[in-house]
Design a protein around this ligand. Sequence first.
Ligand SMILES: C[S@@+](CC[C@H](N)C(=O)[O-])C[C@H]1O[C@@H](n2cnc3c(N)ncnc32)[C@H](O)[C@@H]1O
Length: 195
Amino acid sequence: MNLLDKFHHWRRKIRWNKQYKQGRWESLQSEKEAKRYETIIRMATEFGPENPSVLDIGSGDGVLTERFGADRYGYFLGVDFSKVSIEKAKAKNLKNAEFETADAITFQPKQKFDVIVFNEAFYYIHDSEKQNVLDRMLNSLTERGIIITSIYREGHGCWEYFKENENLNELAFETVTTDEKLRYWKIGAYVVSSG
Ligand SMILES: C[S@@+](CC[C@H](N)C(=O)[O-])C[C@H]1O[C@@H](n2cnc3c(N)ncnc32)[C@H](O)[C@@H]1O
């Protein structure tokens, strides 16, 4: 990122903190959004190992962790660059779960994970950094570990990183719809090709 991009990136972080403070993202806990989380969890359960270790990039205040439930994961790490969202997630005291304030652009996992999730977060990563972030996450997967990505509506400029990546095999790809025509998400699960 050039200096101007870095400045905008910093401003966006401040905006996220302000919005979490104002409670603007509490809507993510609504039943309208539930199907999206459920689909991610179903894919993780279907294609990942039992009781997986899960890394959630751009976790916000931990809604996915709550919906997953500690009986279905072994360990859960949520990472978000909004300190306010991470404080909210930590305050929930979720079992076997940790939350860390970190920027996806520089975050280097200290261990490998069975499931790595970009849940409504990949499109926020600056274009010049998307490939770096994805590659770093692919290197942080356990053997047969999977990546799950959820993107609101069409995800222009995002899906090609997964669909046209010759190192990835698509395990599933679904569109999650709601009663609102324009509120839908596409969710894909991927594994690194063997050989
Ligand atoms: C629409 S919210 C989704 C939150 C959560 N994944 C969910 O669906 O419940 C997008 C999240 O991405 C985070 N985010 C955006 N850019 C980020 C970055 N570069 N590094 C880490 N988190 C980022 C925001 O702070 C925000 O919490």
